[in-house]
Ligand binder design. Sequence first.
Ligand code: HEM
Length: 681
Amino acid sequence: MKLALALTLLPLASGACPYLEAGGDPSTGSPHSLEARANFAAAVDEIDFAEVMADLKSRFVTSDPAWPADYGTYAPFFIRLAWHCSGSYRTSDGRGGCDGGRQRFDPERSWDNNTNLDKARGLLWDIKQKHGPGLSWGDLFVLAGTTAIESMGGPVLGFCAGRMDDADGSDSIPLGPNAEQQALAPCEVNGECEEPLGSTTVGLIYVNPEGPMGKPDPVVSGGQVRDTFLRMAMNDTETVALIGGGHAFGKTHGACPDGPGESPAENPTHPWAGNCGTGVGVDAFTSGFEGPWTTDPTSWDNEYFTNLLNYDWDVAKGPGGHYQWSANSTTAADSPVAPTADLADTQPIMMLTSDISLINDPDYKEIVADYAANPSNFDDAFAHAWYKLVSRDMGPITRCKGGEVPDAQPFQYPLPPTPAASSLPPVADVMSALKSHLSASPSSVPAFASLAFSCASTFRRTDFLGGCDGARVRMEPERSFPGNEGAEEVLRELEEIRSEFPNLSVADIIVLGGNAAIEAAGGDVGTVCIGRTDAPDGDLGSEYLFPRIAGNEDIDIAHLYDSIDLLGLTKMEFVALSGGHDLAQEGAWAVNPAKLSVGYFDRLLNLEWDGEAAPYTAVGADNEKLFATEVDMLVRVDAQLQAAAQALLQDEDLFKQQFGKAWGKLMQNDLFFSNEERAEL
Ligand code: HEM
């Protein structure tokens, strides 16, 4: 594997970034505590990934009779494992992906698409155990797939380590199938599911391989392939490279029509026992299709594409009872065959309807022809698309660990490096300049607070996109997001203060401006961390981050809970932040001069509110007319949010403490490393 960029990360710095110091509340909303994350980070640094790769290569060729290796190697099996672990990622909310290693748990482990991957995970246990807690399951799955590609001669860009395992599968519950997923993202006809779901069929990674709703229609299948790969941000060239590169290897399994047996959810002790003969080896049933795509299924080449173009393909039911495609024996000059999985015989190659779709769609077909004629184009496209597939849910490159991390890729929306800490201005000086400005211009308090809030609240903990780092609020598409209408004017005001401090980024002045405003309004935001930088022109880091709460008058409680979770906040923290409505720039809740108080909760809980839908109205104590949004009303009526609002109303100290905690968390969610570490990257 190419060693593209060696990263020597320094030990966690003390002083530069209080967010990483002991004692703060640094949670990025991650399900893991700071202590667990720090311990894991230290343990990952101890892992010798080259040794893990050597262990994997020996695992590939050491066949276990309980689940014999096809063609004498498990390498293709592990590629499927890594692809299915990573391919659950969706841009709609950043959920899915292999970070967390949740394929070990329900719901993912029992998806039809993940049939028999329990065996692949079991085959890796010895390596996991040998290397210990610093080698997470998520990293091991991805490294197994990546090493497998490399071991069979495929092109590999590198490896981004640092996935931290989750304790359970709860973060995959919204992927379905279950009632919670139906509440959040209902799918009327399973097989025709739409965004925000990632696949056409809940329980499959992308599309039904047999064709839409099991109908072998390659034209409709092509549309579904494009649609669903786009939901993972893969364009046509990436999609074709990924499918053709993946199916350069291995085979489908469907020895007879009797199925794989019960899933882990149905039979945890003996899942997918296999109902054909011995159930293993040439008798295995996984998907119910049978055969490989190429004549040499353990070597990297572009034969998948030449096969698609060089043969006419006929559809018929295969031995597993599903429609699959075979090279037409009357037009094929020779009947292409590959060895059987036990190497004792030969069997014909095949294609799935989703494969055949690539020559029925004119745009896909052009790419197939290119990869058939120009193997180097294919190599380059596959190496990049695979790295993107398995790393995208990790977020910015600053989260990647290990010695095999390639240069930052476009999907990581790279930011300029943080200047050396010594060249950054002292935070105290900037804060004091901001506070003098605010005391001379108190009307800017709400404006500074709102801008910092909008800038930071794009963050989502699932794929670590968003936050104020990059100051993308200055540019499209974020500039036009609801809530950012007055941003340009406020930015001009902040720019005057920033001009006094060389090397201070726009992102940092926005955050510091927000913090100064909260303090001016009587809040306490604790210590402050800087070191953000500004995204270059053309950056698209906010392309998937359209706000879910701001301006959304149709939001229901399930989606509000989900949005709070994506922000990495507890319900109590979210409700406390809502108390900041008193700092609203204008309109119903504004208090003059801006002051952080429990007044919002008082009015929200105690006034009579009218209306069937937002804006809800009430008359305040001074006869002023008040307006409430749908979110305000959910805070008023939902049992859990209401309980938090009641607790905060009754205890102003608790409110200020929770508000400060939530604000600090929101502002610093986007910093994953200390300033010194970032400067090293
Ligand atoms: C195997 C479908 C994309 C890699 C399979 C199997 C099916 C399938 C049905 C057979 C499973 C079995 O019976 O063992 C699809 C569909 C895709 C897709 C519908 C998208 C439209 C990909 C991608 C990759 C990949 C993107 C990796 C980059 C593999 C590998 C195997 C496989 C390596 C062979 C596993 C083995 O030999 O055990 N795929 N696949 N597939 N797939 Fe895909």
